[in-house]
Design a protein around this ligand. Sequence first.
Ligand SMILES: [Zn+2]
Length: 259
Amino acid sequence: MKYKFNSFTLHQLDGHIADLYIAEYQNSLLLLDCGCRSDHSLIVTYITEILERPMDHLKLLIVTHLHPDHSGSAMSLSKKYSIPIAAPEEINLWYAGIRGTMQHMVDSLLAHIAARRRKMKMLRVSYPKKIAVNFPLKDMSLLPGFPDWQVYSIPGHTEHDIVLYNKRESFLYCSDTVVKIRDKYLSPFPVTDKIKMSKNLSRIMNLKVESIAMAHGGFSKIENFSELISYLIKELDTPLTGILKIFYPLTLFPKPLKK
Ligand SMILES: [Zn+2]
């Protein structure tokens, strides 16, 4: 699936667990999240066979947060094709220490469960606990080589999530900050810090956003972005039910890690 903007074309790739996006410019490509470990070949095949581009057109790999469906192929792509990785500056604190190691194990297990729920085969979702970040991103950073994209730090799902705003196109890559399941917009699972999530969502609600891309939910035109965000903030207080309620206590190991 592809979506045409004035300055780039956005390609949506159906990854093992998450949707990945490639922003295609005339002489360069930007990868918005690196998918699972098993998505490495999907990304390479898409670029070389569908886009018919050499791999050296891929100039930057984004990892919005250290979950297996966003960071899994980052290191293998970066090493094999010498592509720099840009990621939140605090990303490698997430799985530090014993608590981090436990969370890493739990997140690997949750990734397998998520893949099964998508009726996917059992594929490799193992991923490193740390990634080698070439460009650490702060709140309000512009992406190196792609200055039309601005970083907004939105911790809440993890302690370091970012979203990427393209003002020129009134477009937001939400990563996991907004998800869409069965046509319903939701907050991600888990929200590890509701207060932070709510505060950070309020920061972006007045951006001019006409379309969004989600890692779980695809691409959507948005009629009223601030209304959508206020709805998500309100919904944060709705108690979890069913399987999510059972798994929620397993998602809180890494807290609270400070720099
Ligand atoms: Zn995530």
